[in-house]
Design a protein around this ligand. Structure first.
Ligand SMILES: [Zn+2]
Length: 302
């Protein structure tokens, strides 16, 4: 007997507007102002509409390119999910993983890397929405945790760029445990007095919001990002009330004191660097400077 077999059909979801990923091709229409933008211009503007400031969703690699000064070193690139539950919904989890690996060229929904941000050595975890909705499974939790542990070891600050639908349901309770694991690692980081900045991008929902995304020493969001725990449709159905305009968007949340800053993507890097310096992070000393002649030992007293 299958205990967890789903006999009822899932609820039909209403057709939504197309997601705002930048499509392939020469031109793209801005969902904010309907302006047609040349794709190269958009890329040069960090995927922000030059006319209305609409922030297009960008992938994990573009995010790292935007934040780091240059090259970065990626950690645990080869970690992959083992499908511990042998889960199948509309299709097997194994084939979902395979399809996402083929589509993104990544093994799971996060890149954890170290590099420098305006000269400050930093560990950045960047989540990839294109990989099963940026969901947090065992691999995402483990990679972020290891990244934080590396930061503790090397005395570096941590920046996590969230872009996730929440915990990965295909890994059941195991994915929920990642919330506690990452938070535990962040607590150890905090005890070492190392800064953690959380960057919330569109969308940051579910178990990610409910754990590390809201734990930053500074919680910075991009404009108009969807940030919440349950989705607006679920809340509307539960409380049987129409939700206010702009509910769960960055601007609404900062008004309610849930966020510290809403920052335009084009200023994000300098704001992060400024905050890190304020919190005591130090700029790496260039090798030429380190290679100064050793200070002669003081003569023995006697
Ligand atoms: Zn626009």
């Amino acid at each position: 007997m299958a205990w967890f077999k789903k006999t009822r059909k899932p609820m039909a979801t209403p057709a939504k507007e197309k997601p705002s990923r930048v499509p392939e091709g020469l031109w793209v229409k801005c969902p904010g102002c309907s302006q047609v933008i040349y794709n190269k211009d958009l890329a040069a503007n960090l995927s922000v509409c030059p006319k209305c400031g609409h922030h297009f969703r960008i992938n994990a690699t573009e995010r790292l390119r935007m934040l780091f000064d240059g090259e970065w070193t990626e950690f645990d690139k080869e970690l992959t999910s083992t499908d511990p539950l042998g889960f199948t919904d509309t299709k097997p989890y194994k084939s979902r993983l395979k399809a996402s690996i083929a589509a993104t060229g990544m093994k799971d929904a996060v890149i954890v890397a170290t590099g420098s941000v305006e000269g400050i050595p930093t560990v950045i975890a960047s989540m990839e929405y294109g990989f099963i909705g940026g969901s947090m499974g065992v691999v995402v939790g483990e990679k972020i945790t290891r990244g934080i542990e590396r930061a503790i070891e090397a005395q570096m600050p941590v920046v996590i760029v969230c872009c996730s639908g929440g915990a990965r349901m295909m890994e059941g309770a195991l994915s929920l445990m990642q919330m506690a694991k990452v938070c535990g690692a962040l607590a150890r980081l905090d005890r070492r007095k190392l800064p953690f900045i959380s960057v919330l991008t569109d969308p940051t929902t579910g178990g990610v919001t409910a754990s590390f995304a809201m734990l930053g020493d500074l919680n910075i969001a991009e404009p108009k990002a969807l940030i919440g725990f349950a989705g607006p449709r679920v809340i509307e159905q539960t409380i049987r009330q129409k939700l206010p305009e702009g509910f769960q968007r960055s601007e609404f949340l900062i008004e309610k004191g849930m966020l510290d800053l809403v920052v335009d993507r084009r200023e994000l890097k300098s704001v992060i660097a400024k905050a890190l310096r304020f919190m005591g992070a130090v700029t790496a000393v260039t090798p030429e400077v380190t290679a100064a002649p050793p200070v002669p030992e003081p003569a023995a007293q006697g």
